[in-house]
Write a protein that binds this ligand. Structure first.
Ligand code: UDP
Ligand code: MG
Length: 143
Protein backbone atom coordinates (compact mmCIF):
# COMPACT_ATOMS: atom_id res chain seq x y z
CA UNK A 1 0.00 0.00 0.00
CA UNK A 2 1.39 3.36 -1.06
CA UNK A 3 0.52 6.70 0.47
CA UNK A 4 0.27 8.62 -2.80
CA UNK A 5 -2.35 9.04 -5.46
CA UNK A 6 -2.83 11.24 -8.49
CA UNK A 7 -5.93 13.32 -9.24
CA UNK A 8 -7.10 15.79 -11.86
CA UNK A 9 -9.77 18.42 -11.28
CA UNK A 10 -11.11 18.07 -14.81
CA UNK A 11 -12.15 20.93 -17.16
CA UNK A 12 -15.82 20.85 -16.06
CA UNK A 13 -14.69 21.31 -12.43
CA UNK A 14 -12.69 24.41 -13.45
CA UNK A 15 -15.52 25.75 -15.68
CA UNK A 16 -18.09 25.38 -12.90
CA UNK A 17 -15.79 27.33 -10.56
CA UNK A 18 -15.58 24.34 -8.21
CA UNK A 19 -11.79 24.14 -7.73
CA UNK A 20 -11.96 25.48 -4.17
CA UNK A 21 -15.00 23.44 -3.18
CA UNK A 22 -13.62 20.13 -4.47
CA UNK A 23 -10.16 20.78 -3.00
CA UNK A 24 -11.87 21.39 0.35
CA UNK A 25 -13.71 18.07 0.03
CA UNK A 26 -10.33 16.41 -0.63
CA UNK A 27 -8.35 18.07 2.18
CA UNK A 28 -11.22 17.73 4.69
CA UNK A 29 -10.77 13.95 4.70
CA UNK A 30 -7.03 14.22 5.33
CA UNK A 31 -5.33 14.35 1.93
CA UNK A 32 -2.29 16.63 1.74
CA UNK A 33 -1.47 18.37 -1.53
CA UNK A 34 2.06 17.36 -2.52
CA UNK A 35 2.05 19.10 -5.92
CA UNK A 36 -0.49 21.06 -7.93
CA UNK A 37 -0.65 23.02 -11.19
CA UNK A 38 -3.17 24.44 -13.62
CA UNK A 39 -2.66 23.42 -17.23
CA UNK A 40 -4.49 22.72 -20.47
CA UNK A 41 -3.94 19.27 -21.92
CA UNK A 42 -3.06 18.88 -25.60
CA UNK A 43 -4.61 16.08 -27.68
CA UNK A 44 -1.26 14.27 -27.42
CA UNK A 45 -0.93 14.52 -23.64
CA UNK A 46 -4.58 13.53 -23.09
CA UNK A 47 -4.33 10.52 -25.40
CA UNK A 48 -1.07 9.46 -23.72
CA UNK A 49 -2.67 9.74 -20.31
CA UNK A 50 -5.78 7.74 -21.35
CA UNK A 51 -3.88 5.36 -23.70
CA UNK A 52 -5.47 2.34 -21.97
CA UNK A 53 -8.91 3.49 -23.28
CA UNK A 54 -7.88 4.18 -26.88
CA UNK A 55 -10.02 1.37 -28.36
CA UNK A 56 -13.12 2.33 -26.38
CA UNK A 57 -16.07 3.98 -28.17
CA UNK A 58 -15.97 6.99 -25.85
CA UNK A 59 -12.26 7.76 -26.47
CA UNK A 60 -12.72 10.69 -28.89
CA UNK A 61 -15.37 12.33 -26.70
CA UNK A 62 -13.05 11.85 -23.72
CA UNK A 63 -10.21 13.64 -25.55
CA UNK A 64 -12.50 16.51 -26.59
CA UNK A 65 -13.66 16.88 -22.99
CA UNK A 66 -10.22 16.66 -21.40
CA UNK A 67 -8.78 19.25 -23.83
CA UNK A 68 -11.80 21.60 -23.65
CA UNK A 69 -10.24 23.89 -21.03
CA UNK A 70 -7.70 24.04 -18.23
CA UNK A 71 -7.54 21.37 -15.56
CA UNK A 72 -5.76 21.00 -12.22
CA UNK A 73 -3.47 17.95 -11.77
CA UNK A 74 -2.70 17.07 -8.15
CA UNK A 75 -0.29 14.74 -6.39
CA UNK A 76 -1.90 13.77 -3.09
CA UNK A 77 -0.67 12.10 0.08
CA UNK A 78 -2.55 10.11 2.72
CA UNK A 79 -2.47 6.61 4.20
CA UNK A 80 -4.21 4.20 1.80
CA UNK A 81 -4.38 7.06 -0.73
CA UNK A 82 -5.53 5.25 -3.89
CA UNK A 83 -8.41 3.37 -2.29
CA UNK A 84 -9.54 6.22 -0.05
CA UNK A 85 -9.54 8.67 -2.95
CA UNK A 86 -11.61 6.36 -5.18
CA UNK A 87 -14.08 6.06 -2.31
CA UNK A 88 -14.23 9.84 -1.95
CA UNK A 89 -14.95 10.45 -5.66
CA UNK A 90 -17.45 7.60 -6.18
CA UNK A 91 -18.38 5.56 -9.26
CA UNK A 92 -17.39 6.71 -12.78
CA UNK A 93 -21.07 7.29 -13.61
CA UNK A 94 -22.44 9.86 -11.13
CA UNK A 95 -25.88 8.26 -11.43
CA UNK A 96 -24.35 5.19 -9.76
CA UNK A 97 -22.13 7.04 -7.30
CA UNK A 98 -22.84 6.84 -3.56
CA UNK A 99 -24.42 9.77 -1.72
CA UNK A 100 -21.87 12.28 -0.47
CA UNK A 101 -19.22 11.39 -3.07
CA UNK A 102 -17.69 14.17 -5.19
CA UNK A 103 -19.05 12.77 -8.45
CA UNK A 104 -22.53 12.33 -6.96
CA UNK A 105 -22.53 15.91 -5.70
CA UNK A 106 -21.09 17.73 -8.72
CA UNK A 107 -20.83 15.58 -11.88
CA UNK A 108 -23.14 15.93 -14.88
CA UNK A 109 -22.73 12.51 -16.51
CA UNK A 110 -20.40 9.56 -17.09
CA UNK A 111 -18.03 11.65 -19.26
CA UNK A 112 -18.08 15.01 -17.47
CA UNK A 113 -17.44 13.58 -14.05
CA UNK A 114 -15.42 16.36 -12.39
CA UNK A 115 -12.39 14.45 -11.17
CA UNK A 116 -9.84 11.74 -12.03
CA UNK A 117 -8.35 9.38 -9.45
CA UNK A 118 -5.66 6.72 -10.00
CA UNK A 119 -6.87 3.11 -9.86
CA UNK A 120 -3.69 1.47 -8.47
CA UNK A 121 -0.43 2.33 -6.71
CA UNK A 122 1.48 1.52 -9.90
CA UNK A 123 -0.66 3.86 -12.03
CA UNK A 124 -0.51 6.57 -9.36
CA UNK A 125 3.29 6.61 -9.64
CA UNK A 126 3.17 6.64 -13.47
CA UNK A 127 0.53 9.40 -13.54
CA UNK A 128 2.32 11.59 -10.99
CA UNK A 129 5.50 11.43 -13.06
CA UNK A 130 3.52 12.17 -16.26
CA UNK A 131 2.54 15.57 -14.81
CA UNK A 132 5.18 16.50 -12.23
CA UNK A 133 8.96 16.55 -12.42
CA UNK A 134 11.14 15.02 -9.72
CA UNK A 135 12.24 18.55 -8.91
CA UNK A 136 8.67 19.79 -8.37
CA UNK A 137 7.92 16.86 -6.08
CA UNK A 138 11.15 17.20 -4.11
CA UNK A 139 10.81 20.97 -3.69
CA UNK A 140 7.34 20.59 -2.23
CA UNK A 141 8.15 17.65 0.02
CA UNK A 142 8.04 18.35 3.73
CA UNK A 143 5.58 21.23 3.74
N1 UDP B 1 -15.69 7.71 -19.60
C1 UDP B 1 -16.71 8.00 -20.53
N2 UDP B 1 -17.62 7.00 -20.83
C2 UDP B 1 -17.57 5.76 -20.26
C3 UDP B 1 -16.54 5.48 -19.33
C4 UDP B 1 -15.63 6.48 -19.03
O1 UDP B 1 -16.76 9.10 -21.07
O2 UDP B 1 -18.42 4.91 -20.57
C5 UDP B 1 -14.69 8.77 -19.28
C6 UDP B 1 -14.92 9.39 -17.90
O3 UDP B 1 -14.53 10.77 -17.95
C7 UDP B 1 -13.98 8.56 -17.05
C8 UDP B 1 -12.77 8.38 -17.99
O4 UDP B 1 -13.39 8.19 -19.28
O5 UDP B 1 -13.63 9.21 -15.85
C9 UDP B 1 -11.88 7.20 -17.69
O6 UDP B 1 -12.67 6.03 -17.58
P1 UDP B 1 -12.45 4.97 -16.41
O7 UDP B 1 -13.24 3.75 -16.75
O8 UDP B 1 -10.98 4.82 -16.16
O9 UDP B 1 -13.17 5.68 -15.16
P2 UDP B 1 -12.55 6.32 -13.82
O10 UDP B 1 -11.31 5.54 -13.44
O11 UDP B 1 -12.26 7.77 -14.12
O12 UDP B 1 -13.66 6.18 -12.79
MG1 MG C 1 -9.68 4.98 -14.58
Amino acid sequence: MSNRTFAILKPDCVRKNLIGQVLTNITDVGFKVLAMKMTRLTKDSASGFYEIHKERPFFNDLLDYMTSGPCVPLALEKDNAVEDFRKLIGATNPAEAAEGTIRKMYAKDITENIVHGSDSDENAAIEISHFFSRKELLENNGF
